[in-house]
Design a binder for this molecule. Structure first.
Ligand code: SF4
Length: 372
């Protein structure tokens, strides 16, 4: 799945702000992985699970809850299986629904829930979502498109437009804020509520001083660049751990493990995720899979892709660059023109119903004037 070359390509195009780290990332593929040698660990950007537990205990937190942030894809499934085999302890497993995962990821989540039951594991499995934008990324985008809402929380590819010639020039990417807002933060809130309830407290009460949390995130060693901290900015008593990184395991290692055990291996992501690739940029998440398995979702992604550019060009948004969902910075429906041509008419009615439903819902829920 991952190869050194396609990871290099992806980084050079999409992570242009991280050039010094890219060099380090690239060189780490030349030798056996060892997270302890990586600058992120050496500089204290993250610590091991044991070091986090020790730090919580030093603060007088002797009751520590271990949580798996479960994404339904390959890496957190690897951790899930380690848990089911008794190799890693969790008090809670939490899946946060971004509101834009393909149905096949929901099916994979359900598969793991069934496996948990079959092996007799009783760890509470919580499904949650963003506390206000309960419809997830679809709702966030519809809000942004149809109202004066300004917070754009997705890592789109940006370009500057020469209005005279119509030429565009690549201009980096927006941050991957959706992972924090729609995945990690809802997990923190959900376990916080669950533990308060377990201790007979209400969700607005203070966490007892002797309680701490370690939430495991399924980043792999090859994704070490994504680690920015091991400390929750909102809650002093919540720490974030990266056990696959500590095991020096790559994404490919987790996929191999799942394949060897005949477990599902689809990569988790949203159907409209700009990190979907194609052609020789194969990272196991691609537009072809969405087109083939969920054609209507592909058409929704094309619709969003066109709409975010249309709205950005009106000048009403705090977004200076022209956004694209596809890394080529071309309209998605143009990149996949043949497939789009085959599908557009067939699903036109379903797509229009979906657009109308969202407009009605945005108007009703947010009591905002629909401006587009
Ligand atoms: S899969 Fe992509 S779009 Fe979905 S939350 Fe993650 S980065 Fe954002």
């Amino acid at each position: 799945m991952y190869t050194v070359d396609n990871i290099k390509d992806m980084k050079l195009e999409t992570q242009i702000d991280e050039a010094p780290e890219i060099v380090e990332q690239m060189s780490m593929f030349d030798e056996a992985p060892d997270f302890r040698l990586h600058s992120k660990y050496r500089k204290g950007v993250f610590r091991t699970r044991k070091e986090l537990v020790d730090s919580l205990k030093e603060e007088g937190r002797d009751k520590i809850y271990h949580v798996l942030s479960f994404g339904g894809g390959t890496q957190s499934a690897h951790l899930m299986e380690q848990h089911l085999r008794g190799e890693i302890h969790y008090d809670y497993i939490v899946f946060s629904d971004t509101g834009a995962e393909p149905q096949f990821i929901h099916e994979q989540v359900a598969w793991w829930q069934r496996r948990q039951q079959q092996v007799g594991n009783k760890t509470p499995f919580i499904i949650t979502h963003h506390n206000k934008i309960t419809g997830g990324l679809e709702e966030m985008l519809m809000l942004w498109i149809h109202t004066d809402y300004q917070r754009f929380q997705m890592p789109v590819y940006c370009a500057t437009l020469n209005r005279t010639t119509g030429a565009i020039k690549p201009a980096g990417m927006l941050p991957r804020q959706c992972t924090v807002d729609f995945k990690i933060n809802p997990v923190k809130r959900a376990v916080r509520h669950a533990v308060l309830e377990r201790h007979g407290l209400k969700s607005n009460q203070k966490m007892p001083e002797n309680i701490g949390f370690v939430i495991d995130i399924g980043f792999s060693y090859d994704e070490i660049r994504r680690i920015n901290t091991d400390q929750s900015p909102q809650y002093q008593y919540i720490r974030l751990a990266y056990p696959l990184v500590e095991e020096n395991l790559t994404t490919a290692d987790s996929i191999r493990f799942l394949e060897e055990n005949h477990f599902p291996t689809r990569r988790s992501r949203c159907y409209l995720c700009p990190f979907n690739c194609d052609g020789d940029r194969d990272i196991g998440m691609d537009w072809d899979e969405i087109i083939e398995i969920e054609p209507l979702s592909f058409l929704k992604a094309c619709w969003f892709d066109n709409e975010i550019r249309r709205v950005q060009l009106t000048g009403t948004k705090v977004m200076n660059s022209v956004p694209y969902l596809h890394y080529s910075r071309r309209p998605l429906q143009e990149v996949y023109a043949i497939q789009y041509g085959h599908l557009a008419d067939r699903y036109a009615s379903s797509l229009n119903d979906w657009i109308k439903r969202w407009r009605t819902q945005i108007e009703w829920k947010w009591k905002k004037e629909i401006v587009a």
